[in-house]
Design a protein around this ligand. Structure first.
Ligand code: LGS
Length: 442
């Protein structure tokens, strides 16, 4: 089982990497980490499959050296990781020196292996102390984030290759405050509208603080989903456009200086924080790169029964991953081309996440994940197609290095290139890891 593409299919200097996030792998009970809203969300029955949580996860806090060996041994150029806000500032204010020491060691361990550290400052582990004060619905959280960004960068900013402020602001805001699937699990349009703004304000304030401190190569990571109408009925087309507005245009327009899209703002405006328009300049301050996470498309139909948005997702016809998400590599090239054309121009783009879950099992010491090898091959080909169409794409990170805590799905969904046996913490590189290693070392 091998990949059909090689490094030679990509421009010189193109980065291949693997990605993870703190709460999903480290183990939140170690090293003086404070409680985060994900701990309390997971502690509430019904929120996470099997009642799982991230308290131990992959025990990466203790096993990071071996895990980084796996990144190096696969031949990757870069490693994307995140810093846990609750580990660095357990009560949301005072710094936990053990937490900063950990990230200091982690970055040095990457450099010692020749890996470029790609930092994400916030990948969802908001300290409970800040969640208790309203979390992302509270404007103050944005200012606290800028403080956190300054503290982390003051310690490791001299050694990271690139920094993203926020991972997937749509998930931070909409999925978590309107759809209720992620912490804090609200279904409240007022909180959601505020979070939709404050998470971008946090990004803007963070960039401002980091620039002032002399840090460079700053970006943000957006999750973009291709929204396709279920039919050519104008109502379905309008529904898909609305979903595209909430998930994609809201963030792209704001970050690239176009303000919020009128069609979405119309619905959210009554709930937006007062004076939000004055923050738009800060939110659209120039960036050095944009990260894009891509997994699937959504097929959208009009739903006259729904209040707002009057939309519903319908099942599409394509083969699906274990998550039930359609496998649709063309969506990646189309989105990259669209983002470059409509927003980013020549700004460097990076695919910061792409991957799939499968019910992987270890049989005779090996994991034969042929589906994942094919998935990666097709998405790499889509990335190459976007480059051929003129997109300034600079790198591709697979999600994820390890099987890990997959948020609301707990440990039951495996995205890793490396299988984790949670009872023993044994790591077993899957066939996909071997296929990438063969390709990257060629
Ligand atoms: O583990 C997360 C991965 C897995 O799939 C990671 O922490 C996140 O950054 C990211 O959200 N991840 C992810 N996203 C896929 C979202 C696709 C939603 C499509 C829903 C279709 C019905």
């Amino acid at each position: 089982m091998s990949l059909t593409l090689t490094r030679r299919d990509f421009p010189a200097g193109f980065l291949f990497g693997a990605a993870t996030a703190a709460y999903q792998i480290e183990g939140s009970r170690f090293g003086g980490c404070g409680p985060s809203h994900w701990d309390s969300f997971a502690a509430t029955p019904g929120n996470v499959l099997n009642g799982d949580d991230g308290s131990v996860a992959c025990d990466h806090y203790h096993r990071y050296e071996g895990d980084l060996d796996l990144v190096r041994d696969a031949g990757f150029d870069a490693y994307r990781f995140s810093t846990s806000w609750a580990r660095v500032m357990p009560d949301g204010r005072a710094v936990n020196p053990e937490g900063l020491d950990f990230y200091d060691r982690l970055v040095d361990a990457m450099l010692a292996r020749g890996l470029k550290p790609y930092l994400t400052l916030y990948h969802w582990d908001l300290p409970s102390a800040l969640a208790d004060q309203g979390g992302w619905a509270n404007r103050d959280t944005a200012a606290r984030f800028a403080e956190f960004a300054g503290i982390v960068m003051g310690r490791i900013g001299d050694r990271v290759a690139a920094t993203a402020t926020i991972n997937e602001p749509w998930c931070v805001a909409w999925l978590s405050h309107f759809l209720g699937h992620h912490a804090p699990g609200l279904r409240d349009i007022r909180a959601a509208a505020r979070a939709m703004h404050h998470v971008l304000l946090a990004h803007g304030l963070g960039v401002e603080a980091m620039r002032a401190a002399g840090h460079g190569n700053l970006g943000i990571v957006l999750n973009l989903t291709r929204m396709q109408p279920a039919s050519d009925d104008p109502a379905d087309i309008a529904a898909a456009r609305t979903e595209d507005g909430i998930a994609n245009r809201w963030f792209l327009d704001a970050v690239f200086g176009g303000g919020y899209p009128q069609d979405i703002l119309q619905a959210l405006e009554p709930h937006m924080p007062r004076g939000f328009a004055q923050d738009m300049g800060l939110i659209s301050a120039p960036l050095d790169w944009l990260g894009i996470n891509y997994y699937t498309r959504n097929v959208i139909a009009a739903d006259p029964e729904a209040l707002w948005p009057a939309t519903r997702a319908v099942e599409g016809p394509l083969p699906k991953t274990q998550m039930g998400w359609e496998i649709h590599p063309e969506g990646l090239s189309d989105l990259l081309i669209r983002v470059a054309r409509d927003h980013a121009g020549d700004l460097p783009l990076v695919v910061t996440e792409n991957g799939m879950a499968w019910d992987d099992r270890v049989v005779d010491g090996a994991v034969n994940d042929a589906q994942r090898v094919a998935y990666i091959d097709r998405h790499l080909a889509a990335a190459r197609d976007a480059i051929a169409a003129g997109v300034n794409l600079r790198g591709f990170f697979y999600w994820s290095l390890l099987d890990n805590f997959e948020w609301a799905f707990g440990y039951e969904r495996r995205f890793g290139l490396v299988h984790v046996d949670y009872a023993t913490q044994r790591r077993t590189p899957k066939a996909s890891w071997h296929a990438l290693a063969a390709m990257l070392k060629e």
